[in-house]
Design a protein around this ligand. Structure first.
Ligand code: FES
Length: 101
């Protein structure tokens, strides 16, 4: 448990999602309306990488079966998903993006 530097602030553009890693943990890092969010990158339904999905507002659609999660809470919203994603606190320090895991 602790804060880990995962990216430069410029690595994630507005309205985009990228994959970052903390140890062997895959995390999806999003920027929406200027704010950064982090969730598990692996869908809770089956094995699919959410950073390859479709980000619309504060929702991410899984590329495999189109399950939809709220990236702020991790809650499943639609589709075959019923388990929430874990979410992680994010902060910036200068140009560094840090995630608490
Ligand atoms: Fe994500 Fe099925 S793997 S909805």
């Amino acid at each position: 448990m602790g804060w880990h530097r995962v990216a430069n602030a410029g690595d994630v553009a507005e309205g985009a999602v990228i994959e970052v890693e903390v140890g062997n943990q895959q995390v999806a890092l999003y920027r929406v309306a200027g704010e950064l969010f982090a969730t598990d990158n692996i869908c809770t339904h089956a094995f699919a990488c959410l950073h390859e999905g479709y980000l619309e507002g504060h929702t991410i659609e899984c590329p495999l079966h189109q399950g939809i999660f709220d990236i702020r809470s991790g809650e499943p919203l639609e589709g075959p998903v019923d388990e929430p994603l874990r979410t992680f606190p994010v902060k910036t320090e200068g140009d560094d993006v840090l995630i608490e895991i």
